[in-house]
Unconditional design. Structure first.
Length: 635
């Protein structure tokens, strides 16, 4: 059998089968839209194909399959549908609901479940028979197959399929992993062991697309954000099939990006970390590491100090005005080994180390998504303007432009190799690629040292957009006692690094100023002369009691200040432990009596470590602090 035989068979079937003829003819007028998505190397094309609603919306659970006859078995096919023998145990059918020109289904003659086992020789045989211009592809049973109960392949002409056109224009011979559509694509690699993949053969080029999900979150929605798109191999190749006209018209580049990245497996990113900035960077380059001298940690906080630190990865020196940044480029999993050993003591309970690995990985991936321009992660710009008697600003990670994240508390601590333990390495390995997700997106998993008994809502500290995955929760044990209110010095030495362990009054604290001291401090830190401060009035607090709008009244000026970090910044020579405080003026002194350490959003680090010491598991701790999130593996 050759391509002429197949072509003759195709034309004969169209002549005899009105449904197939009509649907194949309709491909000449099918509507398409091209989406150019920031961060993608090749475009995405959306095809409006109403005939595909049967496949897209198909119920493929075991119960539904048991109630319907298999439409690929000979006895259940339309009488007009004929088969052309391809090779032993396989035959060729014309697909009556095409996506591609000259679209075929290649079916096993025996009714066996969809599996990758034994299909590669059949794919190669079909590719040889069909010839140039054709692709042969496999949809795993949970990866786009509308008949997961019957083993089958598909084939058709590849023209107009973005990923195939991209790869043919950029030939690859050696086994390679790339991500031109935002998820992992393996070219000319080994045949995978799992069925949960899409496999595509074009000529001699074998393309493997590992899958995380069958269908994206938007498929299951019941509101205007529902998109009935159920990705198979062609969708994962950048040809998104939209049977409904409203989905075709309304699908945005951001939604297309989310659909593909939710269903595909990610590649492990490399992160660029800004470690230090100075007039002159003093360093030594070793064989596979480098050492930096005079690295400042805890900038502007009460534990600020300098260290010598050694790092893996690549060192880049990046000019920044009359100074230079030392930037470390490093794969994310290696980066995280240092992070969980720097944020807290790597001798902390093992379940806590696993928790922190997942939380820190999630936070970082969310920041990288923002930097890549994902419309799902819009940047909220702080407003430093003094308008209507208010100065409200907040500080976030978008401040950095020369690298992805910094190495200090402004982002998350990353202090080199010295603190890393075997337990920290194992925690990273045991949670490899795992992140928190909510509604299909990676959670921007914030955390702070001590929540003070109740965590804070995201919008209290940053922009006003609510984040259900970062909602306030009570951080109490079964006896109603806050997890983070611990006075066990032995435990604190185990979970806190040495410079953090010098702080004992993190749960409840108090600072006092004379009126002159307070007035001078606020003027120095804010740049605004209030005169003598006569009153501090909390106007708005978050769920944890943290102040996000504070009215400062002086003899010269009155101004409302926010949000929480700005309040902490201008009322302390360094930073207040938190903005959860009550101001009083008694006996000639301003006293700020407060609770907690940090912004309080998301995970309470001390609380989580205490939970782990009491036997709580990684999953239980994550569910406690991020109750609307689930754990997924991205790579």
């Amino acid at each position: 059998m050759d391509s002429n035989t197949v072509s003759q068979f195709f034309n004969t079937q169209l002549a005899a089968w009105p449904l197939a003829c009509e649907n194949h003819e309709a491909l000449h007028q099918v509507l398409t839209r091209r989406l150019d998505i920031e961060g993608f190397d090749c475009p995405v094309v959306v095809q409006h194909n109403p005939a595909r609603i049967r496949s897209t919306a198909a119920k493929v659970d075991a119960s539904a399959l048991s109630k319907r006859p298999c439409f690929l078995c000979p006895e259940n096919r339309p009488e007009v549908q004929q088969a052309l023998p391809l090779c032993d145990g396989w035959e060729l059918l014309v697909n009556p609901y095409p996506i591609l020109k000259e679209h075929y289904t290649i079916v096993a003659t025996r009714h066996l479940p969809q599996t990758l086992q034994g299909v590669l020789p059949v794919m190669r045989r079909a590719q040889k028979v069909l010839g140039d211009g054709f692709m042969v592809f496999y949809n795993g049973p949970h990866c786009g197959a509308s008949a997961p109960d019957h083993q089958h392949l598909q084939a058709g002409r590849w023209q107009g399929v973005p990923l195939i056109e991209y790869l043919l224009a950029h030939p690859i011979t050696a086994p390679t992993e790339i991500a031109p559509l935002g998820f992992k694509v393996i070219v000319n690699g080994e045949l995978p062991e799992t069925d949960d993949v899409n496999l595509i053969l074009v000529g001699d080029m074998l393309i493997t697309i590992p899958r995380r999900k069958h269908r994206p979150e938007c498929f299951f929605r019941s509101d205007e954000r529902q998109r009935l798109i159920s990705p198979g191999a062609l969708d994962m190749c950048g040809l998104l099939i939209a049977p409904r006209r409203e989905d075709f018209d309304l699908l945005t580049p951001g939604e297309a990006r989310d659909i593909l990245r939710q269903c595909g497996q990610w590649m492990e990113p490399t992160v660029s970390v800004g470690i230090m900035r100075a007039k002159e960077i003093h360093f030594e380059q070793h064989h596979d590491t480098f050492t930096l001298h005079d690295v400042t940690i805890g900038k502007q906080f009460h534990w600020e100090q300098q260290e010598q630190q050694r790092f893996e990865g690549t060192l880049r020196l990046v000019p920044d005005g009359d100074e230079t940044w030392a930037v470390n480029d490093i794969p994310i999993e290696k980066y995280l080994k240092s992070v969980i050993s720097s944020e807290m003591n790597p001798r902390a309970p093992y379940e806590f180390l696993k928790v922190h690995a997942i939380v820190s990985r999630s936070w970082l991936l969310s920041q990288l998504e923002r930097l890549s321009g994902n419309p799902s992660h819009e940047k909220a710009q702080p407003s430093p303007a003094q308008e209507n008697g208010e100065m409200v600003r907040w500080y976030d990670r978008e401040d950095h432009t020369l690298f992805d994240v910094c190495a200090d508390d402004h982002c998350q601590r990353y202090q080199g190799l010295a603190r890393i333990t075997e337990a920290a390495v194992q925690a990273i390995n045991d949670t490899y690629g795992q992140v928190l997700t909510c509604e299909g997106h990676v959670v921007d998993a914030r955390f702070s040292k001590c929540c003070g008994g109740i965590t804070e809502n995201y919008e209290t500290c940053w922009d006003d957009t609510p984040h259900p995955e970062l909602a306030s929760v009570s951080d109490l044990d079964s006896d109603g006692h806050p997890f983070c209110d611990t006075h066990d010095d032995a435990l604190l030495r185990t979970i806190l690094n040495n410079y953090d362990a010098t702080t004992h009054d993190f749960f409840r604290w108090k600072v006092s100023y004379t009126p002159a001291e307070l007035s001078r401090l606020v003027k120095e830190k804010s740049g605004i002369d209030f005169g003598t401060i006569t009153d501090l009035i909390p106007l708005e607090r978050g769920a944890s009691g943290r102040i996000c709008r504070l009215k400062i009244i002086g003899t010269i000026r009155t101004l409302v200040v926010g949000k929480e970090l700005e309040i902490r910044r201008i009322l302390s020579p360094t930073h207040l432990y938190s903005s959860c405080f009550t101001p009083t003026f008694i006996d000639g002194l301003w006293t700020l009596e407060g609770r907690g350490w940090g912004h309080g959003v998301g995970m309470c680090q001390i609380g989580a470590a205490v939970m782990a010491s009491k036997g709580y598991t990684c999953q239980q701790i994550l569910s406690h602090y991020y109750p609307n999130a689930t754990v997924e593996r991205l790579w």
